[in-house]
Design a binder for this molecule. Structure first.
Ligand code: 48F
Length: 262
């Protein structure tokens, strides 16, 4: 085969353009490719929904890569065994009963499964705003992370979705933008204030799943954005709660879209 630089360029542009064009009005946009967002993407795509994950960095994986303080192992509680098996992520059970996985294996496993389930990952793209119509969140406003970081004045584009999932981690950036612009106030009496409480893994892991929910019509919070929003305890390098939260977010999105289609 003769290798031709122009053909390579054309192949890349055509493939990117064709696949993204199909997804401009998709079922679920997930903002953030950390463990919660990737798990949500896997289960939503497995249910046959058209799913896009937007990740502002080059690589999905979020806070998983670093393990605990750069010791690149992550921990799952026994209850996550079934999910890890479903995702075909191999683990060791240690003498304390925890499931231990090299962080790069956990991230690689998530990426591979999300891709195989049929979700599309768009990296290097940041969601900078939400689209709202008739009080319903119905998409996100996106731009190249690099352009935003350089402070270049480049107008953004949009992706429409039936459901948007904020899986942006501690920043809770989509929920934050929604509350800043919608006129709806954070509900401090419901514990909403965008900062996590101090570390307490036992409590934090349960609460992050319990509080994973629709924040408003069309917008779900999952993973650490839930913890920030509802001021629940942070949990550090144990990740079962992130997978469970992503799984619950996907289920909420699937049920919501089923109802809408009836
Ligand atoms: O931070 P992140 O891993 O969030 P998560 O899935 O998991 C949290 C854990 O990693 C850990 C923890 C739990 O034990 O405490 O922190 O809730 O992943 C969030 C991803 O979202 C991307 C960001 O680069 C990261 O990879 N992100 C954040 N804001 C945006 C975004 C945005 N506006 N647009 C696109 N991507």
């Amino acid at each position: 085969m003769t290798i031709n630089d122009i053909q390579i360029t054309r192949s890349i542009i055509e493939e990117y353009y064709t696949s993204v064009k199909q997804l401009l009005e998709c079922d679920v946009v997930i903002v953030g490719g950390g463990p919660a967002g990737m798990t949500a993407a896997y289960f939503a795509a497995k249910h046959g929904l058209a799913v896009v994950v937007l990740e502002s960095r080059l690589a999905p994986g979020g806070g998983m890569w670093g393990g605990g303080m750069f010791f690149n192992q992550v921990i799952f509680q026994e209850e996550a065994r079934e999910l890890l098996d479903e995702l075909r992520i191999e683990y060791k059970q240690n003498t304390e009963g925890y499931l231990v996985v090299p962080s790069y294996r956990a991230v690689a496993g998530l990426i591979l499964n999300v891709d195989k389930a049929g979700a599309r990952i768009l990296n290097g793209i940041t969601a900078e705003d939400v689209m709202v119509r008739q009080s319903k969140v119905c998409g996100v406003v996106i731009n190249w992370t690099a352009a935003m970081k350089l402070g270049m004045h480049v107008d953004p584009l949009c992706i429409g979705a039936r459901v948007v999932i904020d899986a942006t981690g501690h920043d809770a950036s989509i929920v934050r933008i929604y509350f800043a612009k919608s006129g709806n106030k954070l509900q401090p009496d419901e514990g909403m204030n965008i900062k996590t409480a101090s570390m307490w893994a036992e409590k934090g892991e349960k609460m992050v799943v319990e509080h994973t929910r629709f924040i408003t019509d069309g917008l779900i919070a999952a993973g650490m954005s839930v913890s920030s929003l509802f001021n629940t305890p942070r949990m550090g390098p144990i990740f079962g709660g992130m997978l469970f939260s992503g799984h619950k977010a996907a289920q909420l999105a699937v049920d919501y879209i089923k109802k809408e289609r009836k």
